[in-house]
Design a protein around this ligand. Structure first.
Ligand code: 5GP
Length: 146
Protein backbone atom coordinates (compact mmCIF):
# COMPACT_ATOMS: atom_id res chain seq x y z
CA UNK A 1 0.00 0.00 0.00
CA UNK A 2 1.42 3.34 -0.98
CA UNK A 3 1.59 6.40 1.19
CA UNK A 4 -1.47 7.87 -0.49
CA UNK A 5 -4.88 6.28 -0.52
CA UNK A 6 -7.87 5.89 1.70
CA UNK A 7 -8.12 4.37 5.17
CA UNK A 8 -9.47 0.79 5.18
CA UNK A 9 -11.48 0.26 8.38
CA UNK A 10 -11.19 -3.53 8.03
CA UNK A 11 -7.52 -3.55 9.10
CA UNK A 12 -6.73 -5.71 12.13
CA UNK A 13 -5.87 -2.83 14.48
CA UNK A 14 -9.17 -1.07 13.66
CA UNK A 15 -10.92 -4.35 14.56
CA UNK A 16 -8.98 -4.54 17.83
CA UNK A 17 -9.87 -0.91 18.64
CA UNK A 18 -13.56 -1.66 17.96
CA UNK A 19 -13.41 -4.77 20.16
CA UNK A 20 -14.03 -7.06 17.17
CA UNK A 21 -10.66 -8.85 17.46
CA UNK A 22 -8.75 -9.89 20.58
CA UNK A 23 -5.53 -8.41 21.92
CA UNK A 24 -3.45 -8.60 25.07
CA UNK A 25 -4.12 -5.07 26.29
CA UNK A 26 -1.60 -3.22 28.41
CA UNK A 27 -3.25 0.13 29.01
CA UNK A 28 -5.73 2.53 27.46
CA UNK A 29 -7.14 5.99 27.80
CA UNK A 30 -9.59 8.05 25.74
CA UNK A 31 -7.07 8.63 22.93
CA UNK A 32 -4.80 5.61 22.89
CA UNK A 33 -4.62 1.85 23.32
CA UNK A 34 -1.38 0.03 24.12
CA UNK A 35 -1.31 -3.72 23.44
CA UNK A 36 1.31 -6.42 23.06
CA UNK A 37 2.64 -7.30 19.60
CA UNK A 38 1.48 -10.86 18.98
CA UNK A 39 4.63 -11.63 16.91
CA UNK A 40 7.12 -9.87 19.19
CA UNK A 41 10.68 -9.14 18.12
CA UNK A 42 11.63 -9.66 21.76
CA UNK A 43 10.03 -9.87 25.21
CA UNK A 44 7.91 -6.82 26.01
CA UNK A 45 7.34 -5.57 22.43
CA UNK A 46 4.33 -3.19 22.66
CA UNK A 47 2.33 -1.21 20.13
CA UNK A 48 0.95 2.25 20.89
CA UNK A 49 -2.15 2.88 18.78
CA UNK A 50 -4.24 6.06 18.54
CA UNK A 51 -8.01 5.54 18.61
CA UNK A 52 -10.83 7.52 16.99
CA UNK A 53 -8.71 8.58 14.05
CA UNK A 54 -8.54 7.27 10.47
CA UNK A 55 -4.77 7.56 10.07
CA UNK A 56 -2.96 4.91 8.02
CA UNK A 57 0.38 6.36 9.03
CA UNK A 58 2.07 9.27 10.78
CA UNK A 59 1.60 11.54 7.77
CA UNK A 60 -2.19 11.18 8.09
CA UNK A 61 -2.36 12.06 11.78
CA UNK A 62 -3.87 15.48 12.55
CA UNK A 63 -1.11 17.64 14.01
CA UNK A 64 -3.10 18.23 17.19
CA UNK A 65 -2.87 14.49 17.98
CA UNK A 66 0.93 14.32 17.74
CA UNK A 67 1.80 15.47 21.25
CA UNK A 68 -0.79 13.15 22.77
CA UNK A 69 0.42 10.12 20.84
CA UNK A 70 4.09 10.66 21.58
CA UNK A 71 3.32 11.43 25.22
CA UNK A 72 1.78 7.94 25.42
CA UNK A 73 4.77 6.47 23.57
CA UNK A 74 7.09 7.98 26.18
CA UNK A 75 4.83 6.79 29.02
CA UNK A 76 4.88 3.27 27.55
CA UNK A 77 8.65 3.28 27.05
CA UNK A 78 9.21 4.44 30.63
CA UNK A 79 6.92 1.69 31.92
CA UNK A 80 8.64 -0.97 29.80
CA UNK A 81 12.02 0.11 31.16
CA UNK A 82 10.71 0.18 34.73
CA UNK A 83 8.91 -3.18 34.46
CA UNK A 84 11.35 -5.24 32.40
CA UNK A 85 14.71 -3.56 33.04
CA UNK A 86 16.06 -3.79 29.45
CA UNK A 87 19.44 -2.38 28.46
CA UNK A 88 17.90 -0.16 25.78
CA UNK A 89 14.59 0.60 24.10
CA UNK A 90 13.82 1.03 20.40
CA UNK A 91 10.97 3.32 19.29
CA UNK A 92 10.07 2.73 15.66
CA UNK A 93 7.28 3.44 13.20
CA UNK A 94 6.87 2.54 9.50
CA UNK A 95 4.99 4.50 6.82
CA UNK A 96 3.93 2.64 3.65
CA UNK A 97 4.58 -0.94 2.56
CA UNK A 98 7.97 -0.18 0.94
CA UNK A 99 9.08 1.18 4.32
CA UNK A 100 8.08 -2.08 6.02
CA UNK A 101 4.54 -1.27 7.19
CA UNK A 102 2.10 -4.19 7.16
CA UNK A 103 -0.86 -2.96 9.23
CA UNK A 104 -2.34 0.25 7.89
CA UNK A 105 -3.58 1.90 11.06
CA UNK A 106 -0.93 4.17 12.59
CA UNK A 107 1.04 2.54 15.41
CA UNK A 108 4.34 3.05 17.17
CA UNK A 109 6.51 0.11 18.24
CA UNK A 110 8.12 0.16 21.69
CA UNK A 111 10.74 -2.61 21.67
CA UNK A 112 12.96 -3.29 24.68
CA UNK A 113 16.52 -4.33 23.87
CA UNK A 114 18.40 -6.77 26.07
CA UNK A 115 22.16 -7.07 25.61
CA UNK A 116 22.17 -10.87 25.83
CA UNK A 117 18.94 -11.58 23.93
CA UNK A 118 18.87 -11.53 20.12
CA UNK A 119 16.31 -9.22 18.49
CA UNK A 120 14.14 -10.88 15.84
CA UNK A 121 14.01 -8.82 12.61
CA UNK A 122 10.85 -6.81 11.87
CA UNK A 123 8.14 -9.26 10.70
CA UNK A 124 10.15 -12.32 11.66
CA UNK A 125 8.92 -12.65 15.23
CA UNK A 126 7.17 -15.91 16.15
CA UNK A 127 3.65 -16.07 17.59
CA UNK A 128 4.02 -15.32 21.30
CA UNK A 129 3.05 -17.60 24.14
CA UNK A 130 -0.17 -16.02 25.44
CA UNK A 131 0.64 -16.63 29.13
CA UNK A 132 4.04 -14.96 28.74
CA UNK A 133 2.46 -12.06 26.85
CA UNK A 134 -0.20 -11.58 29.54
CA UNK A 135 2.40 -11.67 32.28
CA UNK A 136 4.55 -9.02 30.52
CA UNK A 137 1.45 -6.88 29.90
CA UNK A 138 0.50 -7.03 33.59
CA UNK A 139 3.98 -5.91 34.67
CA UNK A 140 4.05 -3.03 32.15
CA UNK A 141 0.46 -2.02 33.11
CA UNK A 142 1.44 -1.81 36.80
CA UNK A 143 4.32 0.47 35.89
CA UNK A 144 2.06 2.67 33.74
CA UNK A 145 -0.46 3.01 36.56
CA UNK A 146 2.15 3.66 39.27
P1 5GP B 1 4.09 -2.76 10.97
O1 5GP B 1 4.90 -3.66 10.11
O2 5GP B 1 2.82 -2.39 10.28
O3 5GP B 1 4.87 -1.58 11.47
O4 5GP B 1 3.77 -3.55 12.29
C1 5GP B 1 2.66 -4.33 12.48
C2 5GP B 1 2.92 -5.13 13.73
O5 5GP B 1 1.71 -5.71 14.12
C3 5GP B 1 3.92 -6.28 13.52
O6 5GP B 1 4.99 -6.13 14.44
C4 5GP B 1 3.10 -7.54 13.78
O7 5GP B 1 3.82 -8.50 14.50
C5 5GP B 1 1.94 -7.01 14.59
N1 5GP B 1 0.69 -7.72 14.39
C6 5GP B 1 0.19 -8.21 13.22
N2 5GP B 1 -1.02 -8.75 13.41
C7 5GP B 1 -1.31 -8.59 14.73
C8 5GP B 1 -2.43 -8.95 15.54
O8 5GP B 1 -3.42 -9.52 15.07
N3 5GP B 1 -2.38 -8.62 16.86
C9 5GP B 1 -1.29 -7.99 17.40
N4 5GP B 1 -1.34 -7.72 18.70
N5 5GP B 1 -0.21 -7.64 16.67
C10 5GP B 1 -0.22 -7.94 15.35
Amino acid sequence: MSLSGSYDASNIFAKILRGEAPCVKVWEDADTVVFMDIFPQTQGHCLVVPRDVEARNLLDLPADRLNGLFGRVQKTARAVVSALNPDGVIITQFNGAPAGQTVFHLHVHVIPRYENLPLQPHHQGKMADMDALSSQAARIRSAMEA
